[in-house]
Design a protein around this ligand. Structure first.
Ligand SMILES: *Cc1c(COP(=O)(O)O)cnc(C)c1O
Length: 376
């Protein structure tokens, strides 16, 4: 266990990167004058419009929410399905909590050792056996996938899909969208690259727009109709957060370029350690943090301790595997997810492409890796 306290790292794993208040003050002033603070107000509608223009596909709609976990629950309600939701064991516990909060039953399956996702090979069998009506696919570390094979299996079985791509906002999305029965959910939490403090956004076919808004607003507009959820909760984004989001949207392109360049430094320097696995396409994510898979749990533990002593905060991620979470039904044993959870470490990424810190952190991390691997 690390003896260094989280607040005391010279280089924390994540440093929130939000605009200065002066930049969104004029928007807050507008909000105050309009007297409209929530309930899909003008700033939220503007943010949704601009997010849709920037990241949306034809026929899609974009609905903001108070955080990604609420967005996942709202998407699940908007599918109109009930019962079991199949999801991967290798994810953040929010995926699991969102299923429970939507009144559905999570069933956990193992992931693929190469893609770290619920890949097509086990999906078909797991759907046949569980009879799940929804699949939650998770894009680990916000890494983009086309999901074509997985979506085809779900379509064939009439299963709706909710994609948890919480840390991926700001990256490319497919120009054609994902089709009618697929929802993609992103987070704007302070620790994500597109940060507003607390927030989230759902992209889905526009046929689901009203159902999503109803789910996020107590089902006030749908409870007595045949369409849309019969109940909902309060999952709306406030105008305050939308104001920050509108400014963040003007910064995100540059931030993502810099974060990807930062990740590429890790990738290029890690080539000399064939026992370490890391993503090779550094343009496939916005990198809330950069994942590296150490050769053993002991090496991961040693790496974290040595890095802490050098002043760098590194953490295991998606740990423990959901298969180890209390009261969770597993479709199967999950040895891959459990192994990944013990060996996967995430490295700090900054939106810097030059300056002292941009070399200092990778230098310290690489020195630490070198010392760790010679010792284990
Ligand atoms: C961050 C994260 C969430 C939770 O997002 P919130 O906006 O904090 O609710 C869910 N799933 C994954 C994979 C995440 O990384």
């Amino acid at each position: 266990m690390s003896t260094v306290l989280i607040g005391s790292y010279p280089h924390r794993l994540i440093v929130p990167d939000l605009p200065a208040p002066a930049e969104y003050l004029p928007l807050l002033q507008q909000m105050h004058e309009s007297g409209w603070y929530s309930n899909f107000g003008p700033l939220v509608r503007r943010l949704e419009g601009e997010l849709l223009r920037t990241f949306g596909a034809t026929e899609e709609s974009c609905v903001t929410c108070c955080n990604a976990t609420a967005g996942l629950s709202a998407a699940l309600l908007a599918t109109g399905r009930t019962g079991q939701v199949l999801l991967p064991a290798y994810t953040f516990p929010a995926s699991l909590g969102a299923v429970r909060a939507a009144g559905m039953t999570p069933v956990v399956a193992d992931v693929d050792a190469e893609s770290w996702t619920l890949a097509k090979d086990r999906l078909d069998g797991a759907l046949a056996e569980t009879g799940a009506s929804v699949v939650m696919l998770v894009a680990p570390f916000g890494m983009r996938r086309d999901w074509k094979a997985e979506l085809a299996i779900c379509r064939k079985r009439g299963v709706a899909v909710v994609i948890d791509n919480a840390s991926g906002l700001g990256g490319q999305r497919p120009a054609q969208g994902y089709g009618e029965e697929t929802f993609e959910v992103f987070s704007m939490h302070a620790t994500k690259p597109f940060a507003v403090g607390e927030g989230g956004v759902i992209f889905a076919h526009r046929a689901h727009d009203a159902a999503l808004r109803a789910a996020l607003n107590f089902a006030l507009n749908s409870y007595d109709k045949t369409e849309g959820p019969a109940w909902g909760f309060n999952g709306k984004m406030s105008e305050f957060h939308a104001a920050i989001g509108l400014v963040q949207l003007t910064r995100i392109g540059d931030m993502v370029d810099r974060r990807q360049a930062f990740a590429a430094v890790y990738r290029d320097r890690l080539v000399q350690y064939p026992e370490i696995v890391c993503p090779q396409d550094t343009t496939c994510a916005t990198w809330q943090a950069f994942p590296v898979l150490l050769p053993s749990a002991m090496a991961a533990e040693g790496f974290i301790e040595t890095a802490a002593a050098a002043g760098v905060e590194i953490r295991r991620y998606y740990r423990p595997s959901l298969s180890r979470w209390p009261e969770t039904r597993c479709f199967e044993a999950c040895p891959v997810a459990e192994d990944l959870a013990e060996r996967m470490c995430v490295l700090p990424v900054r939106a810097l492409s030059s300056g002292p810190e941009s070399n200092e952190i990778p230098d310290l991390v690489l020195e630490t890796i070198d010392r760790t691997l010679t010792r284990h």
